[in-house]
Ligand binder design. Structure first.
Ligand code: CMX
Length: 443
């Protein structure tokens, strides 16, 4: 039976000629053009990244390796007595595009268990940080502090050939990913549970051990598996994925690259929106002062936020133009497991009202909810009420996607990223030439 690494190598060898042929024979073929609006407006829609790991259709939403979210959940081997798959099976799937067998999955589970131990200096460093440091800062610092473990750096310094780069990157990525649930749980218990740490359970899988080290009983293990898989990958252009890719393109190792990606995820327009949603809801409830929420007062609160010049957290998206299927997957989980939860009911009420308010407001291109609008409710229900920790959960999930991508970036020898800048004067000149050309056309 082929191991994950052997399967991955076979896939890489099969894929390399495709990339090489495109670069050698078709490098000049155009796949798009760039407007002034895109250059100033965050490169929205500019096609300049390549990944086969996931694809985001504006109306259908994400597909991982060609599969929708429900197809992905249905296809992968499940943890006994659980409804969600092993994260380790998903890691295999993202890396290779193939669904692993039960036995292959269990091999990865064992491999991850053997790489899980977090170096003692990580705890020492976290304990030396001010206790009110944001958990995302702690998470990013913990990842960066482990950079000394990089095998890629060691092999690079020994003079490794370029076509071998993927191999120590795969090792670094697996070593780092296997540790992340324990690192995240350590931060949680350090910050919110008087540093009363729970040792890892060597028998448990990625999601199961995370729940165990966090101190949350079943079915939180399944919540964790679902959550990590849903947040894993969303193409390469979002801030966390693109930052990781950009930093890794300088051949910085995955510790440097993921730490940087996590810093991008910590922004309120990106991953931090999940904490902002809960903060918005709590502030709203506080203002109600015990009164029942109604569609009318939800509407009023949404307008108050917009009129104050703020965004409605959890709504809108740079690519999506419909309700995020990651939102729907979590909503279905809530309908099944916590249908009468008051917070879930309130989030549903916001879902009923917010798209209309945002449409009337008239700015956003997408008035529908994204993944972050629903995720905090589930965490809150199962006892994780410290909402400034929520983005760390997103970060553990996001690592799965970006680390798989970095491994493939190295395998296919993608170049150091270096787009070209222009000056405002150049844009003004191009714009006035376009006006002249238009005027000539009108004559
Ligand atoms: N509330 C209020 N205004 C919004 C809005 C929202 N939820 N979403 C977009 N807009 C506004 C933008 O701020 C922008 O206004 P300006 O023209 O004044 O700058 C205008 O509508 C057009 O924006 P857009 O093209 O629709 O959206 P962008 O691609 O620029 O930005 C996103 C996308 C997600 C940053 C934006 O929708 C937003 O700020 N949403 C709220 C924060 C959020 O939920 N982020 C999480 C996204 C998912 C994730 O990465 O985790």
């Amino acid at each position: 039976m082929a191991t994950l690494k052997e399967t991955l190598l076979a896939k890489i060898q099969e894929h390399r000629p495709r990339t090489q042929k495109l670069v050698k024979e078709h490098a000049d073929v155009k796949i798009g053009e760039v407007t002034i609006g895109q250059a100033i407006g965050g490169a929205r829609g500019v096609r300049m990244l390549v990944t086969d790991i996931s694809y985001l259709d504006p109306f259908e939403g994400i597909r991982f390796r060609g599969k929708t979210i429900p197809e992905t959940f249905a296809a992968l081997p499940k943890v006994p007595k659980s409804e969600y798959p092993y994260v380790e099976a998903f890691w295999w799937f993202l890396l290779t595009g193939e669904v692993p067998t039960e036995q292959q999955t269990l091999e990865v589970v064992t491999d991850f268990q053997s790489r899980r131990a977090v170096p003692a200096y990580v705890g020492d460093m976290l304990r030396a940080m001010a206790r009110d440091t944001h958990p995302m800062t702690m998470f990013s610092a913990a990842i960066l502090s482990m950079q000394r473990e990089s095998l890629f750096v060691k092999r690079y310094n020994e003079g490794m050939k370029k076509d071998e780069h993927w191999e120590p990157t795969y090792e670094d990525a697996t070593n780092l990913l296997a540790k992340l649930p324990s690192v995240a749980a350590m931060i949680y218990r350090l910050k919110y549970k008087d540093d009363k740490q729970i040792p890892a359970d060597p028998k448990l899988d990625f999601g199961g051990n995370f729940a165990h080290q966090m101190g949350f009983p079943k079915p939180y293990d399944d919540v964790a598996r679902m959550y990590f898989i849903l947040h894993s990958d969303h193409e390469s252009g979002n801030v966390s994925a693109h930052t990781t890719h950009l930093v890794a393109s300088a051949l910085s190792d995955v510790y440097y690259a993921l730490s940087a990606g996590i810093n991008g995820l910590a922004g309120p327009l990106h991953g931090l929106a999940n904490q902002e949603v809960l903060r918005w809801i709590m502030k709203f409830q506080e203002k109600l002062g015990g009164k029942e929420p109604t569609e009318e007062n939800v509407k009023q609160a949404l307008w108050d936020t917009l009129k104050a010049g703020q965004v409605i957290p959890g709504y809108g998206h740079a690519v999506l133009r419909k309700t995020d299927p990651r939102y729907i997957a979590q909503m279905e989980f809530c309908q099944k497991n916590l249908p009468n939860d008051p917070l879930f009911k309130l989030v549903n009420m916001i879902y009923k009202v917010a798209p209309g308010v945002l449409t009337e407001h008239g700015k956003t291109k997408n008035p529908w909810p994204n993944v972050d609008a629903q995720s905090g409710v589930i965490q809150w229900y199962y006892g994780l009420k410290e909402w400034d920790f929520y983005t760390v959960l997103f970060g553990v999930g996001r690592a799965i996607g970006v680390l798989a991508n970095t491994t493939w970036d190295r395998a296919l020898g993608y170049a150091i990223e270096r787009p070209k800048s222009v000056t405002t004067k150049m844009l003004e000149d191009v714009a006035s030439q376009a006006i002249k050309a238009d005027d000539l056309g009108a004559d």
